[in-house]
Design a protein around this ligand. Sequence first.
Ligand code: SAM
Length: 188
Amino acid sequence: MQNGGKLAGGNPARGRVENDFYATHEDSTKALLEVWKIEYPALEPACGEGHISKLLDPYKTKSFDLIDRGFGNVGFDFLTYNHLAEYNTVITNPPFNLFQEFVEKALNVTNKHVIFFGKLQALEGQKRATFLEKTPLKYIYVFKKRQQPLRNGISTDEETGKKMSSTMAFAWFIWEKGYTGEPIVRWL
Ligand SMILES: C[S@@+](CC[C@H](N)C(=O)[O-])C[C@H]1O[C@@H](n2cnc3c(N)ncnc32)[C@H](O)[C@@H]1O
């Protein structure tokens, strides 16, 4: 755990925040939106404070979260809630420890695309490879530059007050229902 924390560029002594609230920096979402046209209606199932949702069409996007962070519909566990509405896109930055469960559920909820922001590390590991090989993962948009998710929704270190820096590599992962080819890697 300690080595993992150090390798990931975090502070291992501090641990992860509750319910994995690392908000997505608007620049990370804007970079995706420059190359990808969202197909609506869209669902943000773990919206946090709405960092992704606020950059999408507000009339065609529904936002939910398990925790009340002052945005969207709160108290909804994405993994168990039965989303009856039709969505063409499920887009989020899921809690890292539930990445796989979120992918499975999102593929059941969307008609077309699942778009997740996450660490490149999400691709790693034998179990993960076996899982992903069976999913219609179509694109991996890897960031050329380091991205800075906002710990607890803020861009400065809560202990030092200094701007956070990141040594983690991030990407946008895009699944397309019915896709049977190999994943395609592109760079942002
Ligand atoms: C990594 S943060 C990202 C927040 C937001 N998607 C963004 O990009 O800024 C993950 C979010 O997932 C929420 N969350 C955790 N478990 C959840 C669950 N089972 N169902 C819905 N939301 C959940 C957390 O409360 C947190 O807001």
